[in-house]
Every structure is written in C-alpha cells, then in structure tokens.
Design a protein around this ligand. Structure first.
Ligand SMILES: C[S@@+](CC[C@H](N)C(=O)[O-])C[C@H]1O[C@@H](n2cnc3c(N)ncnc32)[C@H](O)[C@@H]1O
Length: 459
C-alpha cells in the first residue's frame, strides 16, 4: 500500500496509543490492521494512508460516513489535530470504559482481574491541569505538538486542559516575540531564541507562574524584558514571571537557570490542607483536584497498614510523605528519597512549612543507588517515572538478603503497562491486595493506578 492510498474502514477498538484500530483490505484478499488517530469505536470512515509508525500503518480521517455511538462534538477547535487531547471526541464515560478495559485486560494476564477496583472518575474533565509546557514551533506557532509528530505544532488559541487564560498568555508572547524580533526555536536545526512557554498554576492559591524558556538569555535586551513585564502588569493573573535558559540542543522544556522578572521563583499549592512550595522545574501531580483523591487512596493504605516507619521512594517534593506525616499521627518517621536535588530542597522546606520537620528526612540520589541498610520501613511507597522501576531497585528489594522487609508496598503508577513486567517478581513475596485506578488524565489515554501489596506470611 502506498502513501495516499484511500481506504473504507470500520473502527473496532483502540491500540495502546489511543488510536482507533480497524482491519483494512490493503490489496485484494489481503487484510491488515491500520490505526486511525482521533477516531471512535464504531466509526465508519473514509481514510488515507499517510505514514508508518514502526510496523503500524497510520491513516488519517478523510470523511466520517457514520459516527460511532461514543463520538461527541469536541469543545476545542484544535481537537483532531492537537496531541494534547487525543480523546476529546469520545464521551467521557467511553474514555474511562476504554481505559478500564485496558487495565482489566492487563491484570487478567497476571490472574489479578478480581483485585481491580472500579475507577475513581475525574472531578473535572476539562481545564483540570495545573501545568502545561507549550512549545514554540519553527514557524512561530505556540502550542502543542500535532498528534504523532515531533516537529509539527498546533498554534493554540485556547487550551481546554490548563486552567482558563492560557490562550491570552500565548497571544501576549506571540506579539512580544514579533515586537522584539525574537525568533522561534527550530527543533531540527537547533537555532532561534524562544523555545517554550511553561505555565504552572497553584489551583488552590490562585497563583500562576509563566516561564519563557529561551536558548540564550543574554540575547534578550532590557527593553524586551521590560515590555514583557509591562504586558504582565496589565494581567493580575500572572503572579510570577520568569525567563528560563536552556542552551542544550535537545528538545527540553525545563530551564537550567532562571531570571525572575516579577513575583517569586516558586508557586504555592495546597492539597487536602497540605501546603507545597513548587519550583519551576519540579515535578508536581498535574491534576490538583484528582491529586487530592490520589493522596486519599495512598494515605488510607498507609493508615490501614498501621505504619510507623514510611519510606517514600521517588518522593518528588514530598507530596505523599509530608501529607502522611501531617495526617497520620502514628507515623514516627518518614524518609523520602528522590533523584532531583531541587525537589529534595523543597521537600525539606515543605516539611517545615507543614510542621512535620521533626519526623521527616529527605535525601537526594538515584533510587537504584540507595543504601537500603540505612533505612527501616514497614511501608514503602513506590512512585517511579513513566519508565517504571530500575531493575536494581526490584532486585535489591526482593533479594534473599534484602536489608528491608516492608510489610506493605504502595505502588503508584502513571503507566500501568510497566506493571505487567514488574509485578510478577514482587508476587513471589507479596500478595496483591487491590489495584485502584484513578482518572487523573481525562481526554487522554492515560490512567493512574495504586497497587497495594502485602508481604506473604511465609516470605
Ligand atoms: C511520578 S514522579 C512522583 C513524585 C512524587 N511522588 C509526587 O507524587 O509528587 C517520579 C519522581 O521520580 C523521580 N526520579 C526519576 N528517576 C529517579 C531515580 N532514578 N531515582 C530516584 N528518583 C527518580 C523524578 O524526579 C520524579 O520526582
């Protein structure tokens, strides 16, 4: 089949990337699976073969002949193109049903289907994020990457993921770039001035931080900085304005250094009465209202385990550990461990801010290099990045001569597909008590899971 080939298909499910899947006759008598981004189950479509993603043939919708039952009119004008919301054309209930089908199917492979609880649905399905990293495209677009592309961008006018007001900010930055002849970044040739516009919100505090990430901050004139400050001055929503510098050629939205043009260098967020100071580069759960539900689930598992000593591995700026120390009086000690040094500095600040400094200790370093012999824990939180646990962490934790034997492990994962590979090793020594999915990411294919593991009596 050549690019540009036209096909008639009916979508009968979705792949792991959230694309609709169909069987298509690519030549007389020869059927193959094809993937169609932004399609819905039941859709009857005319589509065009546009590219390959490894072995998968990707087709683009040309015409919807008959819409599937779950298809709805998206609220955003960029839906269907923008990589931010790949499922805005699906009813919310159909989104969670599809996510749960994937979760149940995976855990059925491990014979754990009966341990999967019903998903906790999102509190809000739009405007729920507290952080967005909008890229500046080589043609001057500011927004998100197109679905499936690394160098094509949607010029976002209004974004329905972040708290309202993002569109206005992006427009101010566009006009500011034109006025001062600042060039958009070219991700292919690594040239240009302005690379990302990162917006972070303290949803509970109403604070908003805007970070303009540039390749070389010394190229910004004082006049350009002043005019950006003036534009902000007319917009009380921005409580912090920073210029960040990222000189590396790789496509990175975080900055290596910052200049504060207005406000402070951090924002404050409050979740379930716990206050967190957040640095522009630090990880923080991106859906504040659902982060509160996630924290409830994790704290209830910690409390049920009658935890006295808690190890919070991959702790970030102390999101779970500090909340546990503050809310569960029986906890004697929390130790947090995390790669990002800035996050650890903030965790130490946050523990004092919440009055639990005497019962918490935070250290920075890679989890795979942790000297476990110095740590005592009856409950262990694991909340690794999307890539999952380092194999050394699993090996050390489960080895015969492991220095720690947590009775309870609470594994928080934003990528449940990793659990298929990781849980079997744990299951030699641990029973899986429950798997609680939570929808922290509406309009996307992602879902968070909290798996509670209990050490076997004879292990
Ligand atoms: C999903 S976040 C969770 C953070 C925290 N538990 C929270 O809820 O805010 C994963 C964290 O793992 C950290 N991380 C990534 N690689 C690591 C490693 N090798 N060792 C320790 N921490 C790591 C990241 O910096 C990030 O803060």
């Amino acid at each position: 089949m050549k690019f540009g080939h036209k096909l008639q298909v009916k979508i009968d499910g979705y792949d792991k990337k959230g694309r609709g899947l169909a069987k298509a006759e690519i030549a007389p008598g020869i059927e193959r699976d094809i993937a169609v981004p932004h399609s819905a189950k039941g859709d009857e479509l005319e589509c065009v073969f546009i590219k390959r993603d490894h072995a998968v043939k990707i087709c683009e919708i040309d015409k919807i002949q008959k819409a599937g039952a779950d298809r709805v009119e998206p609220v955003c004008e960029h839906a269907g193109k923008c990589g931010g919301c790949i499922w805005q054309h699906l009813r919310y209930e159909a989104q969670t049903a599809e996510k749960m089908r994937g979760v149940r199917e995976l855990f059925a492979k491990l014979d754990l289907e009966d341990k999967v609880l019903d998903a906790i649905p999102a509190v809000e399905t739009l405007y729920y994020r507290n952080r967005m990293d909008y890229a500046v495209g080589w043609n001057g677009e500011i927004g998100l990457k197109e679905t499936g592309s690394w160098n094509r961008y949607v010029d976002v006018k209004e974004c329905h993921l972040l708290q309202p007001g993002a569109g206005e900010i992006l427009q101010i930055v566009r006009e500011w770039m034109l006025k001062h002849d600042l060039q958009p970044w070219d991700v292919k040739f690594h040239s240009g001035d302005v690379r990302y516009v990162v917006i972070r919100d303290g949803v509970a505090t109403g604070e908003r931080m805007v970070i303009i990430v540039v390749a070389d901050a010394s190229r910004l004139s004082n006049e350009a900085k002043q005019s950006l400050k003036n534009a902000v001055g007319t917009n009380p929503m921005w409580s912090s304005l920073l210029i960040g510098e990222q000189p590396k050629p790789a496509d990175l939205s975080y900055a290596e250094s910052f200049e504060v043009l207005g406000g402070k260098e951090s924002i404050t967020e409050i979740v379930n009465d716990v206050t967190y100071e957040i640095h522009p580069n630090s990880f923080f759960q991106t859906n504040t209202k659902m982060a509160a539900r996630l924290q409830d689930v994790v704290l209830s598992a910690i409390s049920d385990a009658k935890t006295k000593k808690l190890l919070d591995l991959y702790c970030g700026l102390g999101f779970f550990g500090i909340a546990a120390a503050k809310k569960i009086g029986e906890i004697e000690e929390v130790i947090g461990y995390e790669l990002d040094e800035e996050a650890i500095k903030l965790a130490s600040q946050n523990m004092n801010l919440n009055g639990v400094g005497e019962r918490c200790r935070f250290f920075s370093g890679p989890a795979e290099a942790l000297e476990w012999k110095d740590v005592e824990a009856d409950t262990l939180i694991l909340d690794p990045p999307r890539s999952g646990l380092h194999h050394k962490v699993i090996k050390t934790l489960l080895s015969e001569d492991s220095p720690i034997y947590p009775q309870t492990i609470i594994y928080v994962s934003c990528n449940y597909h990793r659990l298929e590979h990781e849980l079997p090793s744990f299951m030699e020594h641990y029973e899986i008590e429950s798997i609680q999915p939570l929808d922290l990411f509406p309009q996307t294919r992602h879902i968070e899971t909290v798996t509670t593991l209990k050490r076997k009596a004879d292990s």
